[in-house]
Design a protein around this ligand. Structure first.
Ligand SMILES: Nc1ncnc2c1ncn2[C@@H]1O[C@H](COP(=O)(O)OP(=O)(O)OP(=O)(O)O)[C@@H](O)[C@H]1O
Ligand SMILES: [Mg+2]
Length: 299
């Protein structure tokens, strides 16, 4: 087998067998990678990084637990999302919704349990950047667009989030890349604003631009936490359309408190309470669930 040094280092890093935090560690890892007699048992795990959704689900969370100073934020959580599904997650403050996203994206490490992306990728073995790289995008509440760049440039820069594209950024965009930007501009409804500075957009438009920036990386799974907070009703309707347009092409998990908004996009709804699933089903089913009314909707 002919492995280049770069490939080997990448695999070692994935395998997390080495600490890359310092120059010295990097050098040691490089030397180790170059050893001819080394057994590359992790080659199997690198190959496994191919997303396999042949059983239908893209996300498997099982028996998940995490405590913060003795407080159980996630308590034996089981949660599954199908490939292409648009899932809404609701639940009272402190239910563990954001914490669940933190665990999926590698920001928080659970105490126990499993989190799989498709059948084969163990997310708990990957770092936060690796999880982003394999196709899990996250939209935080506060939009983080480059205010002084145009909408178009923001999307262009987001495409460069894929480091392999970076060198081409300074060259001319290829036809395919321009097409992709135009496609995303249409999806997020900002085609007419492509040449405007992102800083001049309304709050809602900035949120859509940020979703667009995530889409530039073509994520398999998109996690969106409270997307309509602070939006006007009109902006909420547009956001609903936008998220519905993603269904089928991407799997999307939306956490939101605004029940009118949730109702406008909901297919399957999961209610979290005290770190585990209280109810799951159609909007009608969960709304009429006595326990859900008690802990959440009846407030
Ligand atoms: N890093 C942390 N350190 C300590 N406690 C935390 C941390 N992250 C979350 N918590 C606690 O875990 C619980 C769950 O919080 P989380 O943010 O997941 O709730 P949520 O369902 O997103 O609530 P909200 O609807 O208010 O956003 C809360 O009690 C919170 O204070
Ligand atoms: Mg939250």
């Amino acid at each position: 087998m002919n492995w280049s040094a770069d490939q080997s280092i990448e695999l070692l890093r994935r395998d997390r067998a080495f600490d890359f935090s310092s120059q010295r560690q990097r050098w040691l890892a490089f030397r180790e990678a170059m050893r001819r007699d080394r057994q590359f048992d992790f080659m199997i795990s690198a190959k496994d990084l191919e997303l396999d959704v042949s059983h239908g689900a893209i996300l498997y969370i099982e028996d998940l637990n995490v405590s913060f100073d003795g407080f159980k934020a996630i308590d034996n959580l089981n949660f599954y999302v199908d490939a292409g599904e648009l899932r809404c997650v609701i639940g009272p403050n402190g239910a563990g919704k954001t914490t669940m996203m933190d665990i999926i994206t590698g920001k928080t490490r659970p105490d126990s349990g499993t989190v799989y992306f498709g059948q084969k990728i163990d997310l708990l073995r990957l770092s936060e950047p690796e999880i982003a790289e394999i196709g899990i995008g996250r939209k935080f509440q506060k939009p983080t667009v480059f205010e002084h760049h145009t909408v178009f440039e923001n999307l262009e820069l987001a495409m460069a989030g894929d480091k392999r594209v970076l060198p081409t950024l300074f060259a001319k965009l290829s036809g395919a890349q321009k097409d992709r930007i135009d496609e995303v501009l249409a999806t997020i409804g900002l085609a007419e604003h492509a040449r405007r500075a992102a800083g001049a957009l309304s709050h809602g438009q900035k949120q859509w631009l940020e979703i667009g920036m995530l889409l530039m990386q073509d994520p398999h799974l998109l996690l969106v936490d409270e997307p309509v907070a602070g939006m006007t009703h009109q902006e909420m309707d547009r956001t609903a359309e936008l998220l519905l347009a993603l269904e089928g092409k991407h799997s999307v998990v939306v956490v939101e408190h605004d029940m009118d908004f949730v109702r406008s996009i909901a297919k399957r709804v999961t209610v979290l309470h005290q770190g585990s699933v209280l109810a799951e089903g159609s909007m009608d089913e969960v709304q009429n669930d006595r326990r859900v009314v008690e802990v959440y909707l009846g407030e």
